[in-house]
Write a protein that binds this ligand. Sequence first.
Ligand code: SF4
Length: 331
Amino acid sequence: MNAAGLRRDLLRWYGRAKRDLPWRKNTDPYRVWVSEIMLQQTTVAAVTPKYEAFLRRFPTLVALAASDEDEVLKHWAGLGYYTRARNLRRAALSVVADHGGDFPSEFEPVLALPGVGRYTAGAILSIAFQKPFPLVDGNVIRVFSRLFGLKGRAKDPRFVGTMWPLAEKLMPKTNPGDWNQALMELGATMCTPDSPSCGACPVAAHCVAFKKGLQDMLPLPEAARKPVPVKWTCLWIEKDEKVLLWRRSEKERLLKNLWGLPEAGRLAAAAGRRLASASHSITHHAMTVELREAVLDAGTPPPEAKWVPRGEVRAHLVSSLWLKLLAFTEL
Ligand code: SF4
């Protein structure tokens, strides 16, 4: 492997071809951290319009720490995986309490923050602090597998384990942040999962898969995971211009800790005609949800429920599942 040539070619390409993304405007640790958390399991296209709006509402880490959780969730709406938003706020509180509000610049304290794993710690430290910590994610695994002709499945922990030493070995002495971003950029724009653009690739001269015609075979395909069907019936209970919402608990399998419409069977209510239905996917769960009009039986609703004025319902229901179901009403 000509590591020096590979670094030179990839960094040159990154310098001239990198996308103009909002989180690349500067390397402020707070901005880098927010972008890295948003980009976990979410595409650049989905994050781009949300990122600046989130930073306008929470311009500093201290402002985020001072906010309440529902407010943060509201501004996370549409990005999914809401645990990330809760962890972001918890981490901000911990930076204020333990580091006086200054984002830590050492590996262990960054890794100790809620929601930060080895990948995210490497991204923050290399991009915001120019420290030579590598990162490995699905993009990097795919790029390394093809570049070096390594046969393995991208989700196999043993295969992933072999990637970290490789990433450390390749890390240049200068510009670690650019190097890590260049690898990611290559994976996102050139060395894509289904149709790698080898003809335009800046590192094709170094690529084993390209030389051997193995691009479409590496990394090895994953065993397909069957979707798990989930069926819900939810209730639309309205009285005096208010709608009954339900706070889902920490123990729920899906949409934990979020406001939703009550599921049938959770409270005493007679379900009537069907108002709407929707299909929705959350991770590997294939959901079919129907919404029925219902009337609450006499008595006080359970503590998880609360009456919310019609005009505030949308602000409570952050998951796009509910937005699909609410299409039936004029909320
Ligand atoms: Fe990926 Fe093709 Fe470039 Fe190799 S030559 S790194 S397979 S895009």
